[in-house]
Design a protein around this ligand. Structure first.
Ligand SMILES: Cc1cc2nc3c(=O)[nH]c(=O)nc-3n(C[C@H](O)[C@H](O)[C@H](O)COP(=O)(O)O)c2cc1C
Length: 173
């Protein structure tokens, strides 16, 4: 009840980095493995996992590997500014980017791929919002992104696409 009461979108962030344990907990809450079956804290379309979660931070771009769990280095550059069209994204410590594997959604067309991948990303986004509310972090789920530019910066293959992003950090005092 308390987390739901505090959930909101925030667009002014401190540059303070997230402590490693906080980041780890956040990623687990977002889309971590919560059962021996390997299923996740977020539900997903047709039991086909299509969303990759990238953590875009000052020290590079990291791919969340929920099974280990681990963060795998994807790129060494600071690409935060490319994760959205709003100014705060470049200074906030973390931008999560929800990338969909279109090629795994074999028997549906492009429109449905977007729809179901977006639904999957939104559930993850709500987990992030509620986790953040529970530990005093700020967050905002974002669709205002130059999708082509971000996909190119992340070096995504043609069949993968960016759905949404979400900024996370401590609120600016
Ligand atoms: C699908 C979706 C896309 C959104 N895109 C953006 C965005 O690009 N930039 C932004 O600042 N907020 C974005 N938001 C956040 C909404 O503006 C926000 O949730 C809404 O104004 C209600 O405010 P609240 O989250 O504080 O309750 C988005 C929210 C959703 C669900």
């Amino acid at each position: 009840m308390e987390a739901l009461k505090l959930r909101r979108s925030t667009r002014a962030y401190s540059e303070r980095p997230l402590e490693p344990q906080v980041l780890s907990d956040l990623l687990w809450a977002a889309d971590g493995v919560n059962r021996p079956s390997g299923d996740r804290t977020a539900p997903y379309w047709r039991h086909i996992m299509v969303i990759d979660l990238y953590a875009v931070m000052a020290d590079g771009v990291w791919l969340y590997e929920p099974k280990a769990p681990a963060l795998l280095l994807h790129a060494k550059d600071d690409l935060r500014a490319l994760t959205g069209t709003q100014d705060f994204v470049s200074a906030a410590p973390l931008n999560l980017v929800y990338v969909a594997h279109g090629e795994r959604m074999t028997d549906v067309g492009p429109e449905e791929r977007r729809l179901y991948a977006s639904a999957d990303a939104c559930f993850i986004g709500q987990n992030v919002y509620l986790f953040c509310a529970s530990v005093g972090l700020a967050a905002v789920f974002r669709g205002s992104i130059d999708h082509k530019k971000l996909a190119a910066a992340l070096n995504l293959p043609d069949d993968q696409f960016v759905t949404f992003a979400q900024t996370v950090g401590y609120p600016r005092a």
